[in-house]
Design a protein around this ligand. Structure first.
Ligand code: AMP
Length: 210
């Protein structure tokens, strides 16, 4: 199963990707995580991406297309994957298509901006394995410690309210056109937001028929 998770930052893509990845036994390919790791390791890609990620802007398409082209050829992608946060622009979607990849479904997470701004203030992430948490909706069992790998759980630097506003604006301008792109190809499905993580998972499983 090849899935694309589309939606604004903070819409719940990462949280639901974790759950579905475990459920279906397929990896999550998150360009945001790949970029954060590259920045932390000071690689050439990381150095090029840093100012974009820090300011909430999109990293140039050629960088992303290079990352994704390489990652999708790795062995663990053979049985399918969840693309979380990629593609984010029409050229990225076209490059994936041009690479001969046929996705099964682009799932759009529909959440209002006001809910997102509220939610992002409480968002936390494991610095080591990137597992997502939230101070009220999904707190780690032990404060500040990841349930899965024991890594440190903290706020992401680009989740501060000003950067979140930029990221939402970028989402509406550059990523939302992908809804029409996938709708025209008959691949678009929609997952409505629910108050809890579990209820939203149930909605997604219904939509995907799994
Ligand atoms: P995310 O973890 O998906 O919210 O991504 C964090 C940041 O990484 C974004 O705000 C962008 O700066 C950058 N980024 C991640 N994925 C992409 C992408 N597909 N295209 C461009 N920039 C990206």
């Amino acid at each position: 199963m090849k899935l694309i998770f589309l939606g604004a930052p903070g819409a719940g893509k990462g949280t639901q990707a974790e759950i579905l990845s475990r459920l279906c036994g397929i990896p999550i390919i998150s360009t945001g995580k790949i970029l954060r790791d590259a920045i932390a390791n000071g690689t050439p890609i990381g150095r090029r991406a840093k100012e974009y990620v820090d300011s909430g802007k999109l990293v140039p398409d050629d960088v992303i297309i290079g990352i994704i082209g390489e990652r999708l050829t790795e062995a663990d992608c053979k049985g399918g994957y969840i693309l979380d946060g990629v593609p984010r622009t029409i050229p990225q979607a076209e490059a994936i298509e041009a690479g001969g990849i046929e996705i099964d479904c682009a799932l759009s997470f529909e959440v209002e901006d006001a809910v997102i701004i509220d939610r992002m203030a409480g968002r936390r992430v494991c610095k080591k394995c990137s597992a997502p948490f939230h101070i009220t909706a999904k707190p780690p069992k032990k404060e500040g410690v990841c349930d899965y790998c024991g890594g440190e759980v903290a706020a992401r630097s680009d989740d501060d309210p000003e950067t979140v506003k930029t990221r939402l604006k970028v989402y509406h301008e550059e990523t939302e056109p992908l809804l029409e792109f996938y709708s025209r190809r008959g691949k678009l499905k929609t997952a409505e937001n629910r108050p809890t993580v579990e209820e939203t998972t149930a909605v997604i499983r219904g939509v995907l028929g799994i």
